[in-house]
Design a protein around this ligand. Sequence first.
Ligand SMILES: *Cc1c(COP(=O)(O)O)cnc(C)c1O
Length: 425
Amino acid sequence: MSEVQHLSSEQLIAYEDKYGAHNYHPLPVVLSRGKGVHVWDVEGKQYFDFLSAYSAVNQGHCHPRIVQTVKDQAETLALTSRAFHSDKLGVYEKYVTEYFGFDKVLPMNSGAEGVETAIKICRKWGYEKKGIANGDAKIIVCGQNFHGRTVTIISFSSDPDAKGNFGPYTPGFISIPYNDIDALDAALKEHGSDVAGFLVEPIQGEAGVFVPDSDFISSCAALCREHNVLFIADEIQTGLARTGSLLAICGDCTCEHKCEQQESYTRPDILILGKALSGGAYPVSAVLANDTVMEVIKPGQHGSTYGGNPMACSIAITALEVLQDEHLAQNARDMGNLFRERMQALVDKYDIVSMVRGRGLLNAILINDSPDSSTAWDICVAMANEGLLAKPTHGNIIRFAPPLVITEEQIHECCDIIEKVIKSF
Ligand SMILES: *Cc1c(COP(=O)(O)O)cnc(C)c1O
């Protein structure tokens, strides 16, 4: 092992290239350590992390409380499977359901598994509660969505890379344009009695941080209620304080925990969480719903060997406590306003940036060049050289999503780096 520890970034990248499948195209940076908003490469260079593992590390890298929980639980009991009870599962289930105000949770591991689980629950509810004829259940989704990488999920993707040559595809999905309430209305009128659910991201993260009109999500929820259709919110990326509130669907509600005004925000029938549910320490996802929905799942009908294991349960509780104790939603809101203000100044000043958009600390700038150009990539490489990591999405969009523990001073330092690089293009 000692030999491995001395490999250079270049050598390590060559290993990945030779021995790993080429299913990602990472920036040429090899990281070996993280703390809070910072990561370090194998040569010891320090960076601000403005991706946060796609918002899995909202609480900051290697948060000391989360690390302590990992250590304690790993030394005590890591995995039982669901063939037996554990002393952590029920405690976590009580904690997470009270935290978000739902009757029940179904614990899984990855985000994609959470989405798959929601789809299965939704279809079963459609047949057993709504009375849809066997095999006819439909779920409405939105164009440019990102919900994960399984065959069923990519079956309703509009991204040719995500979908191409992975067929045959799972049927039963209807796609409408995002942020188009009339399209949802029309689809519900056309297929209403066969529609079991509507699956949506409250802000489309992977698509390039598309924030819909302020009443889009609540209007969708109202239409779903009217047509007896389950409203399913995928908050895997937007949830857990990222957008300046506990969940993106909470909008301006500033409750950080056990919301007192649950009815005033758009409560989904099914809520999917993942990513920051573990603060980056472990794959943990969750599907939350009330009894009338969740009761369609009976023993033997769904599960996962690792789902709800003691490590996941303990880590998730600590990760949620950190969000609340450190007021990360409030910080994301304040730092996000500051960040967009600074970016707007760049938009006004330099032709190369045409727009900034986002909410809380989920933001993106649009680079004024074709999506086929390498400009956004080159800007990200230049920012990495200056000590800030961010990644382009869809060619000419750069997403900025630092850990939510970032301070005002650090935001200014980072905006100075971004400005310096933008200025040089
Ligand atoms: C990341 C993500 C997923 C998939 O999560 P994985 O853990 O990568 O499977 C699903 N939905 C959204 C909105 C995401 O951002």
